[in-house]
Every structure is written in C-alpha cells, then in structure tokens.
Design a protein around this ligand. Structure first.
Ligand code: FE
Ligand code: ZN
Length: 239
C-alpha cells in the first residue's frame, strides 16, 4: 500500500501534478513525473523523505524536467518505458509493457497507452487502488493525441475502462475546470456531472487538487470515456 502526496508544479501556467508516493511498509519513496525541482524539494524536505525512484509516464519536458537535478540530489534511479529510452532524461531502469515494478512491498503494473505519445505508460497500484495516468486521462477530458492515432487513444481508453471502478486516478495536470463546459455539454447537464463539478470546485477552493475521482465516476462523467462507440469518440474529439 502507498501514501500519495500530490505536488503542484508550474502553477498557473501548465498546472502539472507530480506525486510523491511512499510504500507504507518499507518507507521507500518515489516521485512520479517530476515537472520541476523547487516544489518537489520543498515537500520532500518537509517530510524528510529521500525518494529512491523517479517514475516517468512519458518523455515530455513538463514531466521529466526535474529528472537530472533530482537524481543528483537524491541519488535516485529514473524509471520509464524502454521504448522511451532515448527520450527520457537520465533513464536508468527500462520497463516493458505489463511488467510489475516494486516500490518496496507495493506492486505496480505497467500499462502501455499509446496515443498522447508513443510509449506513454500508466503506473497501476492495484492493492492501493491507485492509477497514475500522466497525460492520457485527466478529470473530465483526455490528453491531446500528439504522436499516436485516435484509434490508439481509443484502445488505451478501453484499457483504462477495464480496470476496477473503485480505482482512484491521479492525472498529470489540473485541467478540470477547463474541461467542465465540454463535459456538461455532452452529458446534457447530467446531475452526476454537476455533482462531480461541485466536488471539484470545493476541493480547488481549499487549495487541493480537484481529484482524485474514481474510474467509475469518470466513466459516467468524462465524455471521452462515456462515448458509446469509436464513431462517437471521434465526433467528441472534434468538439
Ligand atoms: Fe505530455
Ligand atoms: Zn504534460
């Protein structure tokens, strides 16, 4: 089981979320997608934690920019998809699709989700019911399709939808309010979407992330997950 601390990076511009995770049994910690160094070091110092790993979901700079400096600072290992070997800064440990990686006694499954980039992966901690979705799944929307095809993105979304509904997911950016209008439009102001937004807004007002929400809530409220079929998904992409 892991503890999860979200760390807002690039606040006000890109609104990235990095995450500090700690295996409760061993106290071994890892950083997910260290976007920038400052806010991460502040949190690690306050908690007296020296992370042993950096886990990257994909190669984009706003997810990997802290890799080299944090690696020097904490002497930690950078972990990522073997397909991104040449693109992730300072990569030490290459992962294969479906592989199980361990943070102490916590098991983490590597799920490959091409679309936003080719080589994007998710980190799924089944025991903790936690899924780190990088730039593939956000609250009420999905990541831009930059390197893959819409069909690859659709297949990746179906993989996410097949995970248990009570899984909490942790996205790579805070985009909830930007996505709200679209979600309300496609849901025709469905009550559950309105409730989702109320919860998100009240958490944001307290200085917290909008999430986490469960995959079940997301399947009902996110227009890209609720699309009935591939045709509808394509229509929604062109919204
Ligand atoms: Fe990205
Ligand atoms: Zn990003």
């Amino acid at each position: 089981m892991i503890n999860i601390t979200p760390i807002l990076c690039r606040a006000g511009t890109m609104d990235n979320y990095s995450y500090l995770i700690t295996d409760k049994q061993s106290n071994i910690s890892a950083l997910i997608d260290p976007s920038e160094v400052g806010p991460i070091v502040t949190v690690c110092q306050a908690k007296s934690i020296k992370p042993q790993y950096i886990l990257n979901t994909h190669h984009h700079f706003d997810h990997t920019d802290g890799n080299l400096e944090l690696k020097k600072l904490y002497n930690c290992k950078v972990v990522g998809n073997e397909e991104d070997k040449s693109r992730i800064r300072g990569l030490d440990i290459s992962l294969k699709k479906g592989e199980i990686f361990h943070i102490g006694s916590s098991q983490c499954q590597i799920i490959s989700v091409d679309g936003h980039t080719i080589g994007h992966i998710l980190y799924y901690f089944a025991d903790s019911k936690a899924l780190f979705t990088g730039d593939t799944l956000f609250n009420l929307c999905i990541g831009g399709i930059f390197e893959g095809t819409p069909e690859q993105m659709w297949n990746s979304i179906q993989k996410i939808k097949s995970l248990p509904e009570d899984t909490l997911f942790y996205p790579g950016h805070e985009y909830t309010l930007h996505a709200a209008r679209e979600a309300l439009y496609f849901s025709q102001n469905d009550k559950e979407v309105q409730k989702y937004l109320q919860t998100a807004q009240s958490r944001l007002a307290q200085g917290l992330p909008a999430g986490p929400f469960t995959l079940g809530e997301e399947k009902r409220c996110n227009p890209y997950l609720s699309a009935a079929n591939y045709e509808e998904f394509l229509q929604r992409l062109n919204y």
